[in-house]
Design a protein around this ligand. Structure first.
Ligand SMILES: C[S@@+](CC[C@H](N)C(=O)[O-])C[C@H]1O[C@@H](n2cnc3c(N)ncnc32)[C@H](O)[C@@H]1O
Length: 281
């Protein structure tokens, strides 16, 4: 079978089963199997495949057909300026989360050494992207999931930051070290009703621990806010990713906990997604 034929058969198979992005996904799968760039595949569309490669292709295609996200099948996802290893133990880094990196960088001058904490680091995509940009800062990243911490450590090593970021497997509730200049967090914030309505790709494959924010979606956000009050220096910044309908509730909780709201930014689809606040006292 030639490249062109397997791409056509594969994408028709996915399309028939209503899998999103069938054309792109089969190209990505074939590029993984052949260890070649997509462009190279398209330029050699009449080339023959080995039978071992056809079997590998089928294996990945069936996984995609079960709604497994393409980032888990490929084993990586690009975020900000870098490539991050991803597996089912971590949330797949989202483009919307790049907003947290973008906003945080505004509060980190190039030549200053600030102390940063990342709560719920997952793949480590936020903190690794930040430290790549601001190498003088010192960083700690925590996660309740040991499997996520292991993925984040692997990613830090991949980006030569294993000695720059301190990874700790702990619940934010139990974390005690303080005096941070800046705390960032993209906590799980989906409420129980929305959780059931998520696409199958997410609902059945991404870790619940990374998605579920309890019945109202605010359980972990509240924990991060309460704890940040203790862990931040006065005037330290708390930068949070939030669900697009959580702005008013989060502003209220932040104000009740003596945080001043500096800025609320919208994501790529114009939804409120990131709150920057300062600890007042
Ligand atoms: C939405 S994911 C974010 C992952 C990554 N920071 C990102 O933006 O892609 C939330 C992460 O928080 C972790 N987490 C959930 N509850 C936590 C808690 N109480 N303390 C620390 N980490 C927690 C989850 O294991 C998960 O890795």
């Amino acid at each position: 079978m030639i490249y062109g034929e397997i791409l056509k058969k594969g994408s028709n198979f996915l399309k028939k089963n209503k899998i999103k992005n069938p054309y792109l996904d089969v190209e990505l799968i074939l590029s993984k199997v052949l260890k070649k760039k997509r462009e190279e595949i398209i330029l050699n569309i009449n080339k023959d495949l080995k039978s071992a490669d056809i079997s590998k292709f089928k294996h990945y295609l069936f996984r995609r057909n079960q709604n497994e996200p393409i980032a888990y099948i490929l084993g990586f996802k690009y975020f900000w300026k870098h490539k991050f290893l991803t597996n089912k133990s971590v949330l797949i880094p989202r483009p919307d989360t790049e907003l947290v990196v973008e906003e945080t960088l505004k509060y980190l001058a190039n030549n200053k050494s600030k102390k940063i904490l990342d709560v719920g680091t997952g793949s480590g995509c936020i903190i690794i992207s930040l430290i790549k940009e601001r190498p003088k800062c010192s960083a700690t990243a925590i996660d309740i999931s040991i499997k996520a911490i292991n993925v984040a450590k692997t990613n830090a090593k991949l980006h030569q930051l294993e000695n720059k970021i301190n990874f700790i497997n702990i619940d934010i509730d139990k974390y005690k070290s303080s005096n941070y200049d800046l705390i960032i967090s993209n906590p799980p914030y989906i409420n129980s009703i929305e959780l059931n309505r998520l696409d199958d790709d997410i609902k059945f494959h991404e870790p619940k621990l990374a998605l579920s924010g309890g019945f109202d979606g605010l359980r972990e956000l509240k924990k991060v806010i309460f704890k940040s009050k203790k862990l931040l220096k006065i005037n330290g910044k708390l930068i949070l990713e939030i669900g697009h309908k959580q702005k008013n509730q989060c502003v209220k909780i932040l104000n009740e906990n003596k945080f001043y709201i500096n800025k609320i930014s919208k994501d790529l689809s114009g939804k409120d997604r990131c709150i920057v606040s300062s600890k007042l006292q």
